[in-house]
Design a protein around this ligand. Structure first.
Ligand SMILES: *[C@@H]1O[C@H](CO)[C@@H](O)[C@H](O)[C@H]1NC(C)=O
Ligand SMILES: *[C@@H]1O[C@H](CO)[C@@H](O)[C@H](O)[C@H]1NC(C)=O
Ligand SMILES: *[C@@H]1O[C@H](CO)[C@@H](O)[C@H](O)[C@H]1NC(C)=O
Ligand SMILES: *[C@@H]1O[C@H](CO)[C@@H](O)[C@H](O)[C@H]1NC(C)=O
Ligand SMILES: *[C@@H]1O[C@H](CO)[C@@H](O)[C@H](O)[C@H]1NC(C)=O
Length: 528
């Protein structure tokens, strides 16, 4: 009984204006969370993209568009925070992503969102990309709270063969092997089916089979629109006007993804679940400009702490929303979903470690102020930018040497080592230290020509400094560096970084394990 009452109270305070009698309370809502991969700021129709996304536009127009919403700059970290509600510095996963042969996963003593959902009485299903570690079976989605799972465990693969090719460094060989599982079993027989279609079919079948009496938690982590650039021709046809080939293929992939989201929402409507569903849509990080994505006019891209890497496309839509059709400019972050979803579910976050996320539902549903005033983007003392950044030589990557700080003011009072890659947001202020990653303002995609060539704005007028401060509310493009004008703000934020660093877990980033070799089993998967 206690559980039921709690549920109703939570629902009452979150969605409905009043709930006088417990028995009149509605059931906890179905929760569908769709996570797109590498979907850039300028790649959704409602941000003015040349790519058509009628379903995302329509669904978000009936919902709440989140325009001050942040994600992590990379796949594993965003998914990690979605599942734990905790910053990377608190799980030891502040460096890069989990590569296929690395023997680690989200620490097993972290309680994950689907476990909490299950405890709150939900059926829990996941379809798509896991990328939170799989070296042992205990790390798999089905061992971490999901009743069912259909998808792939690594970070990327072929959309049709569902094979991942990866170098196995300790063996000095490159292996291509299947990465697709149904539950914990290797799933064969799906070769040739485009993954956006394959995953959507699985999602709609879960929806069709679901008993509407039980609340549903469905996590859809689409492969789209991460590279490789692959898509059935019919999706590219409308984009013959796009000269740059990568962008054209990418646009087709986005259209397929948009259709997938449309099909999922249609399935929810057809089964009647929609009337009591809250649907969340989010990207996992900024677009990858090397693979067709665009974050214009924001600076940087995936793998960087510039706005282009971390300001995410996101919206919430539901017939239960009190203020449909609104744009929300309150500060929110992907770590906020765990407590927010648990609030909606009427569940408890009992058993989690201290959360960094906030329940932001009141802000979404009523437009009230976000409880989040500060956001730690990350601190990663081992940061390296592995992709070529145009204009930075053939290697592209830059060491912290290029921001050595010679000739700049020194900020030594805080005790924070300003050569370390880090960024923090507080109210309108964003402070970056060390090398934040590729810092270009990539041009509007309309300026790309057939060779993909383009001119890049020189950053010589904007030399990187070891400490940079921006008012990102007024200056989301991070063009006007103001650390000299606001030394007190800088000092305070450096102190905040220092305090976060002192309370951070050591980085977990183990060497590759040769036992990952899929040669014997024919599939990537647990080896321990
Ligand atoms: C790895 O293999 C390649 C050929 O496949 C060879 O050229 C290279 O020397 C090898 N590297 C090491 C470290 O053994
Ligand atoms: C969406 O549904 C339509 C109609 O059933 C189907 O033709 C199309 O292939 C589906 N697309 C995806 C991506 O699931
Ligand atoms: C939290 O969980 C523990 C066991 O995991 C249980 O003993 C405790 O009563 C729970 N607290 C609440 C408030 O549910
Ligand atoms: C400061 O951080 C940089 C980059 O992580 C590192 O190379 C350097 O050794 C650090 N300096 C000190 C004094 O710890
Ligand atoms: C493409 O743009 C680049 C940079 O602006 C220019 O150098 C190149 O000539 C252009 N190529 C074509 C085919 O227009």
């Amino acid at each position: 009984m206690a559980t039921v009452k709690w549920t109703c109270n939570m629902i009452a305070t979150t969605i409905f204006l009043s709930c006088p009698l417990v028995l009149e309370c509605k059931k906890p809502p179905h929760i569908v969370f769709i996570l797109a991969d590498d979907f850039g700021w300028n790649d959704v129709g409602y941000h003015g993209s040349e790519i058509n996304t009628p379903n995302l536009d329509k669904l978000s127009a009936k919902g709440v568009r989140l325009e001050n919403y942040y994600v992590q700059p990379l796949c594993t970290p965003s998914r990690n925070q979605l599942m734990t509600g905790r910053y990377q510095i608190h799980t030891g996963m502040q460096h890069q992503i989990i590569w296929p042969c690395q023997p680690y996963c989200v620490p097993l003593d972290e309680k994950l969102l689907p476990q909490l959902m299950r405890e709150a009485g939900y059926a829990t299903h996941m379809v798509g990309k896991w990328h939170l570690g799989m070296y042992r079976k205990d790390c798999l989605p089905t061992r971490r709270g999901f009743d069912s799972y259909f998808g792939y465990l690594t970070g990327s693969e072929d959309y049709y063969t569902h094979q991942r090719c990866s170098h196995v460094p300790p063996l000095n060989v490159t292996r291509c092997a299947l990465d697709l599982r149904d539950g914990e079993e290797v799933a064969t027989g799906y070769t040739g089916i485009y993954s956006t279609q394959l995953f959507t079919d699985r999602v709609t079948s879960i929806i069709a089979k679901h008993n509407p009496e039980k609340p549903l938690f469905l996590y859809v982590a689409l492969q789209a629109v991460h590279e490789p650039l692959q898509v059935p021709d019919r999706y590219i046809t409308p984009y013959s006007f796009i000269k740059d080939k990568s962008r054209r293929l990418y646009a087709g992939m986005v259209s397929a993804m948009d259709e997938a989201v449309g099909n999922i929402s249609f399935a929810l409507e057809e089964t009647g679940l929609w009337d009591n569903t809250v649907l969340f849509f989010s990207t996992d990080n900024g677009g990858q400009t090397l693979a067709g994505g665009s974050n214009w006019p924001l600076r940087g891209r995936k793998w960087s702490l510039w706005e282009g890497g971390v300001r995410g496309v996101g919206f919430v839509t539901s017939p239960l929303l009190k203020q449909p059709g609104t744009v929300n400019r309150q500060l929110m972050h992907i770590s906020d979903w765990l407590p927010t979803l648990m609030g909606l579910a009427g569940g408890s976050t009992n058993g989690t470690k201290p959360l960094d996320g906030y329940n932001v539902w009141n802000s979404i549903s009523k437009g009230s102020a976000s409880p989040r005033l500060e956001l730690l983007h990350n601190i990663d003392p081992l940061y390296d930018d592995i992709a070529p950044c145009p204009g930075m030589g053939s290697q592209g990557s830059v060491s912290t040497a290029s921001v050595s700080g010679i000739g700049f003011r020194s900020w030594s009072n805080s005790g924070f080592n300003v050569s370390v890659h880090a960024a923090i947001r507080n109210m309108q202020w964003k402070l970056l230290t060390g090398y934040p990653g590729c810092d270009r303002w990539f041009p509007h995609p309309g300026l790309l020509n057939s060779s993909g060539a383009r001119s890049f704005e020189s950053s010589s007028d904007n030399p990187l400094k070891p400490v940079m401060l921006f008012d990102v509310e007024a200056d989301p493009e991070e063009r006007n560096e103001v650390s000299d004008q606001y030394p007190d703000v800088v000092d305070n934020l450096l102190r905040r970084l220092d305090s976060y660093l002192k309370n951070s877990k050591p980085i977990i980033f183990p060497d590759d394990d040769p036992r990952c070799d899929p040669a014997t089993t024919g599939a990537w998967g647990p080896w321990e």
